[in-house]
Design a protein around this ligand. Structure first.
Ligand SMILES: [Zn+2]
Length: 589
């Protein structure tokens, strides 16, 4: 840790600001009258958890240094000096570019740590069980273990910490690299990874930027990854890209779920395979891939989480104008790794010949529902109706109409109606939503419902938040930053059983998203979030508003399409689109 962070950590923002402003507790935050503009009701918020302040009246905000600079009219160096003195930190003047020096140090620490873990796995008795597991159970060769520099973090408290101390590294730097963590007591450090098989994250320049550690003791989480550091940004990191880039240029990028799948494919001679690690696919990762290829091929596990991940990946990839294809792992295999081990030739062929994304939609819908029952058929058709609503090619549509009617033993007319969006499997229950739309909370009038909903969700009890997040989709958020935050929040919350932790969540985000989330967290919505009934109403209202905006947007797009179809004198299409228009606008009444 550098001295700036050290000072910041030691100086509590609530205490510092408390010297100038009378702060009162407001739920999880503090509030008071803004010292930077004149006001009668407090709109000046301070968060102890995030160590940030923000005035929603005049827009002033920042960390403890920013506050001192602004209130005292001093510059950053002076603010730093003042606080350093108060907190008893002795400042040394840096002789070099602090950022570059820091990064070099983190790379060094990661490199040594990776070498050390690799040694423990391959040559030390403590790594024997882990090595046996990799070789016998995961069927990885010694060569692959070496090539990907896999390692073992022993089940001890501070082996890496002691190792790096002997090499004269500062514990603050080790912690900044993410290989050790501060003890929960606040005193001293322990290794971050214990009892885990280690997968180093290697960047495009072959330097190690971080780690993923898989538990060998069935601990939660199964995979523990490096958080954001000065050299590791998970939303733009792609595991295996350093080795796969040439093959990707030739045959497209195959995305798999985790490091083991990548290594296993590599070992089988399939070299165009990469993985996202510890995060669902992001737009940034796809932008990076788009530099090498136009073809994004997805191969995720065949469980529901895997199917959901594919759905999301498809939406994102279509936005980046990538050609999307899917490798379907047959049901009898748990994942690609399994498939490769059991049937290497079959797996290779499947990866070489990925199927159009619509095959995946059909297979997925059939798998999730019982196609023999009437209700199952209805569900399948509902799902497919949505997926196929974007298909404009009548050849494609015809192909799938025949396929689906055969699978479900349904009349082609019926299937045609639904897949082409002309009829619905069943009338939607929308009257409730209409009531919600009319019931507009006053708070909303001032703020965008998208922002407002996220601000509320950050302080909503987990189960309620989960149920709302579940019902929302990316398309419901028009602002790209909010869209990303929503996606991250959904992912974070849906996989979570314990309490929401703002600091933890915020730290997983990119800088831009982090700033926005922090600001939303500072919104003064406590009078709502602390009152369950009120919260419920506001959540419902914001939710309904957002859905209505989505519907309006869809109508606008349809209007453009109808105009275009009219110009082209395509009466069939005009009819179809008008029908859709009618359906959506009825929802808005
Ligand atoms: Zn202000």
């Amino acid at each position: 840790m550098d001295q700036i962070s050290e000072v910041k950590q030691k100086a509590d923002i609530v205490e510092v600001i408390g010297n100038y402003v009378t702060l009162t507790k407001a739920g999880r935050n503090y509030k008071g009258l803004c010292p930077f503009h004149s006001e009668k009701t407090p709109s000046f918020m301070v968060s102890q958890e995030l160590q940030l302040y923000k005035c929603f009246g005049c827009g002033q905000g920042g960390d403890v240094f920013a506050f001192l600079q602004n209130i005292e009219g001093i510059d950053f160096a002076q603010a730093l000096e003042q606080l350093a003195e108060k907190t008893g930190v002795k400042l040394e003047r840096a002789q070099y570019d602090p950022e570059a020096g820091k990064k070099k140090l983190l790379f060094e620490i990661n490199h040594l740590t990776a070498e050390f873990y690799h040694y423990l796995l391959t040559r030390h008795p403590s790594g024997k069980n882990a090595l046996d597991y990799l070789k016998n159970k995961r069927k990885l060769s010694g060569e692959a273990v070496k090539e990907f520099k896999l390692g073992y973090a022993p089940e001890t408290w501070d082996t890496v910490y002691q190792f790096l101390l002997k090499k004269k590294y500062d514990p603050n730097d080790m912690a900044d690299a993410g290989v050790i963590v501060r003890k929960s007591s606040g005193q001293g450090y322990i290794d971050k990874y214990r009892g885990r098989i280690m997968f180093p994250f290697t960047g495009m320049d072959e330097k190690i930027v971080g780690f993923s550690g898989r538990t060998v003791l069935d601990r939660d989480p199964k995979y523990l990854n490096t958080g954001e550091t000065a050299i590791f940004h998970k939303s733009s990191f792609i595991y295996g890209l350093n080795k796969a880039k040439v093959a990707i240029k030739q045959s497209g990028a195959v995305f798999v779920e985790g490091p083991v799948d990548v290594i296993s494919a590599y070992q089988a001679g399939i070299r165009n395979v990469v993985a996202t690690s510890g995060t669902a696919l992001t737009a940034m990762q796809l932008k990076l891939i788009a530099r090498y290829t136009e073809d994004a091929i997805f191969c995720f596990d065949s469980d529901t989480a895997g199917a959901a991940a594919i759905q999301r990946a498809i939406e994102l990839a279509e936005k980046e104008d990538l050609n999307v294809k899917v490798v379907i792992v047959p049901d009898k295999y748990a994942d690609l790794d399994d498939y490769i081990k059991a049937d290497p030739q079959g797996a290779k062929a499947a990866i070489k010949n990925p199927v159009p994304v619509y095959d995946f939609f059909v297979a997925d819908a059939l798998k999730k529902n019982n196609k023999e029952s009437a209700l199952g058929k209805k569900k399948i058709m509902e799902e497919l109706g949505q997926k196929f609503s974007k298909v404009t090619s009548s050849v494609l549509l015809d192909h799938y109409i025949k396929l689906v009617s055969k699978e479900l033993n349904l009349d082609t007319e019926t299937v045609h109606g639904i897949l082409s969006g002309k009829s619905k499997p069943d009338a939607d229950n929308l009257s409730e939503e209409k009531d919600e739309i009319r019931n507009e909370g006053y708070t909303l009038s001032k703020r965008s419902p998208q922002e407002y909903l996220i601000a509320l969700l950050l302080k909503t009890p987990l189960d309620t938040a989960q149920s709302i997040l579940y019902k929302l989709a990316q398309k419901d958020f028009t602002n790209p930053v909010l869209q990303e935050i929503f996606t991250e929040l959904k992912e974070y919350n849906l996989g979570r059983k314990r309490k929401f932790d703002i600091k933890y969540f915020s730290n997983t985000l990119s800088e831009e998203n982090q700033n926005s989330v922090n600001e939303l967290y500072l919104w003064d919505v406590e009078h709502i979030t602390e009152e369950p009934r009120r919260l419920e109403i506001e959540l419902e209202t914001a939710f309904a508003r957002i859905k209505r905006e989505t519907a309006k947007k869809e109508l606008k797009e349809l209007t453009d399409k109808i105009k275009q179809a009219e110009l082209e004198k395509n009466t069939k299409l005009v009819g179809e689109l008008s029908e859709k228009f009618k359906n959506i606008s009825e929802r808005l009444l």
